[in-house]
Design a protein around this ligand. Structure first.
Ligand code: ZN
Length: 103
């Protein structure tokens, strides 16, 4: 099984984005606030929303459901890649905000 582990390391060199932010009402009943809420991609997939952003660089992301076929978990990826985000797979080594962050 050592070969299997090696393949996994090679095919996923970057950190996966497994959490995203969505703008919605959240919080307790007596303290509801409208704003960005961090939640797992798995949960985000169940929402009737189409706007999600990266919790690190604030760039817009799209959700990818888990695939049994490809043996991947649900994750998110940037619409336009950001070399300044460590959650993308295009990270150049220095963190900076997305050129078009969602606010
Ligand atoms: Zn990002």
């Amino acid at each position: 099984m050592t070969t299997e582990a090696q393949v996994e390391t090679v095919s996923m060199p970057a950190a996966q984005m497994v959490e995203v932010e969505v703008k919605r009402w959240h919080g307790a009943a007596d303290g509801r606030v409208f704003g960005w809420q961090l939640l797992p991609v798995k949960e985000a997939l169940r929402l009737q929303e189409d706007t999600f952003r990266c919790p690190e660089c604030l760039g817009r992301v799209r959700l990818r459901p888990a695939s049994a076929e490809k043996q991947t978990e649900a994750y998110a990826e940037h619409y336009s890649k950001n070399t300044g985000c460590s959650l993308g797979g295009h990270f150049a080594g220095e963190k900076h905000l997305h050129p078009k962050p969602l606010n």
